[in-house]
Design a protein. Structure first.
Length: 127
């Protein structure tokens, strides 16, 4: 039975919308729309649970990298309730991408994210 790739691609598209939302109230709504209430986000520098903590992690990324956006690189690959994808953090001014990573997400039956495990593949020196 082939995987429902639209389910994974839709979840990842909403995930990037949340990560790229700069205004706090809109970001809180975006996080609530894409994550389950008990959703988690874990990477080498963050371990967040629940909408408020996840929104705070995203806000921290915008504070550390103002003027940058997260962009999908490559295709989304998924099976069962799990998907993986790679991304870059891109400077909107010069197009440089000093940070890159790969994330693995677990979805609930409705396609909302229950868990994210993030890996940093490229980080700037001293970050």
């Amino acid at each position: 039975m082939p995987a429902n790739t639209d389910r994974y691609e839709s979840a990842v598209a909403h995930y990037f919308e949340a990560w790229n939302t700069r205004e706090p109230e809109a970001r809180a709504k975006a996080v609530a729309a894409v994550w389950t209430e008990d959703g988690t986000y874990t990477d080498p520098v963050s371990d967040a649970g629940g909408h408020e903590q996840i929104a705070a992690v995203i806000a921290g990324a915008h504070e550390q990298f103002p003027g940058f956006v997260f962009r999908l690189t490559g295709a989304v690959d998924g099976h069962h309730d799990t998907a993986r994808f790679s991304w870059e953090l891109v400077n909107e001014t010069d197009g440089s991408a000093p940070v890159a990573g790969s994330d693995v997400i677990t979805l609930d039956a409705d396609g909302r994210i229950k868990a994210v495990l993030g890996f940093l593949d490229r980080v700037p020196a001293g970050a």
